[in-house]
Design a protein around this ligand. Structure first.
Ligand SMILES: Cc1cc2nc3c(=O)[nH]c(=O)nc-3n(C[C@H](O)[C@H](O)[C@H](O)COP(=O)(O)OP(=O)(O)OC[C@H]3O[C@@H](n4cnc5c(N)ncnc54)[C@H](O)[C@@H]3O)c2cc1C
Length: 461
């Protein structure tokens, strides 16, 4: 017996996270008939368990730090405590407002929103329960899940970001396993809330995907904040009891804390959904695509975290929009992965776009690259905010800037101009001739380019 067909759609999208919903909204805007299938909550990881709740926690953390340090700005205030219920209700209210807004957008654009778990049952069909949704194109956007290590069971005092976001108490001490983006953001929050924090990272440095100069600056800043980092250290096992968790490293040393956050990366959420069975080429669970995001099956596309590469919400948005426009025949440009801006929102923030120095040297040759580091010590607004850090530019000797790397409080806000500089292939002279308002941290970007163009203003050394 054949399944009842729920009409024919231009696009059937599986997964209502950043990639899936962006694709749905753009496709609907372009006049397409869209079905969007979601088993949990519209908005996915980013809205409910990722970007938004973590950034709300980081904002509460910043308020705590500002209160604690108020005397250095001449303000008399005392941090008398942190009410985690209050923090969580603030965080949840931000999520709820955005969720309501997003739901309104999807409803308002005439998208058929289907609640339920979908399976790819034919190259042009997603089935939910007994109902088949047939599309001219299918877009897979089922997202990712927090990974653990072999033998390391999540539960109780050993948690992933999913449980850490729901914690209604502040641990006295925390082990953060993994010094990548998610690990250092939680480390930063907990430290601001008063916990003793130890980060254990298997690679030789924190935020290992960033330029080594950024890792070094972050490690220095974290040391100052008394966040302990143990790098180049591999976990051999962890045991938890009623009172604590103890992590043992391969070198025999051990660390004990109230809780342990496992932040060792996220895997693609693709198993049991019919992808491989229908012939989609996969690699260890990831969905392989061409540069138009089409899988090995013509008409089946993939977006977001299931596609190997940076796991970022705005990459998902861009990929979703790309697929919608490609299907509408608008011929959009494929997305340059290096041009995707990256921000880690710990204190201090780490932001970058383009190539790390070593990657640029490998690509263009050592002699073809020049770099410049502008110290935020020369930047008025950074001094006012009492932050340290730098902007590092990586440029071709006679050509455009190919990498921008920034560390400092609030420096993530500068990523917009940095992204334009990289993606428009600006020369240092192009940026140097543009004015940057004084006193802003944005000015530091202008100053770095002035120096690289051979006419430094507020730059020492
Ligand atoms: C703690 C944390 C902090 C983060 N912070 C940031 C940040 O600051 N900035 C940033 O850019 N990125 C951040 N990210 C990453 C960002 O959340 C992801 O890159 C983004 O959510 C990926 O979007 P997606 O659409 O691929 O997947 P998801 O957002 O995971 O959405 C996939 C959706 O598909 C649904 N689904 C899965 N399988 C099925 C099925 N069979 N049927 C129906 N529905 C299904 C899921 O329920 C889910 O809603 C963070 C992630 C985490 C975990």
């Amino acid at each position: 017996m054949s399944e009842p067909q729920q009409g024919n759609y231009d696009i059937v999208i599986l997964g209502g996270g950043s990639g899936g919903y962006a694709c749905a909204l753009r496709a609907a805007e372009l006049g397409m008939n869209v079905a969007l299938i979601e088993r949990d909550k519209l908005g996915g990881t980013c809205l409910h368990k990722g970007c938004i709740p973590t950034k709300a926690l980081l904002h509460s953390a910043e308020v705590a730090d500002s209160t604690r340090e108020s005397a250095s700005f001449g303000i008399e205030a005392t941090l008398s405590g942190i009410d985690m219920n209050g923090v969580n209700s603030y965080k949840d209210s931000v999520v709820a407002r955005l969720y309501k807004g997003l739901t309104g957008l999807v409803n308002g654009r005439g998208i058929t929103y289907v609640e339920g778990t979908g399976t790819l049952t034919a190259p042009n069909t997603v089935t939910v329960g007994n109902e088949a949704y047939v599309g001219r194109a299918i877009v897979l956007g089922t997202g990712s899940y927090p990974k653990s290590l072999p033998g390391l069971e999540i539960g109780g005092r050993i948690m992933t970001s999913d449980q850490a976001l729901e914690l209604d108490w502040i641990p006295n001490s925390v082990i953060v396993l993994g010094g990548g983006v998610i690990g250092v953001e939680f480390a930063s929050v907990w430290r601001s809330f008063g916990s003793e924090v130890t980060i254990i990272e298997a690679l030789p440095r924190l935020v290992p995907a960033e330029d080594p100069a950024s890792s070094k600056a972050l490690e220095r800043a974290f040391r100052k904040r008394k966040i302990k980092s143990v790098t180049g250290a591999r976990l051999s096992g962890a045991v938890a009891d009623e009172n604590s968790v103890t992590a043992t490293l391969e070198d025999g040393t051990s660390h004990t804390a109230d809780v342990m956050l496992v932040a060792v990366g996220r895997g693609p959420s693709t198993s049991g959904m019919g992808f491989a069975e229908q012939g989609v080429t996969m690699d260890r669970g990831w969905v392989m695509t061409d540069d138009h995001l089409q899988t090995s099956i013509p008409g089946v596309y993939a977006v977001g975290d299931i596609v190997p590469g940076l796991q970022l919400a705005h990459r998902g948005f861009a990929q979703g929009i790309f697929v919608a426009e490609h299907l509408a025949g608008l011929n959009p440009n494929p997305i340059d992965e290096a041009g995707i801006p990256r921000v880690t929102y710990c204190e201090p923030e780490v932001a970058s776009v383009g190539l790390n120095q070593d990657v640029a040297e490998e690509k263009y040759g050592k002699d073809a690259i020049k770099t410049y580091e502008y110290n935020l010590g020369g930047n008025g607004k950074s001094q006012i905010l009492s932050t340290t850090g730098f902007i590092k530019l990586v440029s071709l000797v006679d050509g455009p800037v190919v990498g921008l790397h920034m560390v400092g409080s609030r420096m993530g806000e500068q990523i917009g101009e940095a992204e334009l500089i990289y993606n428009w292939e600006a020369l240092p002279e192009d940026v140097a001739s543009l004015l940057h308002a004084h006193p802003t941290q944005n000015e530091a970007l202008g100053e770095a380019h002035l120096a690289l163009a051979g006419k430094p203003l507020h730059a020492h050394g």
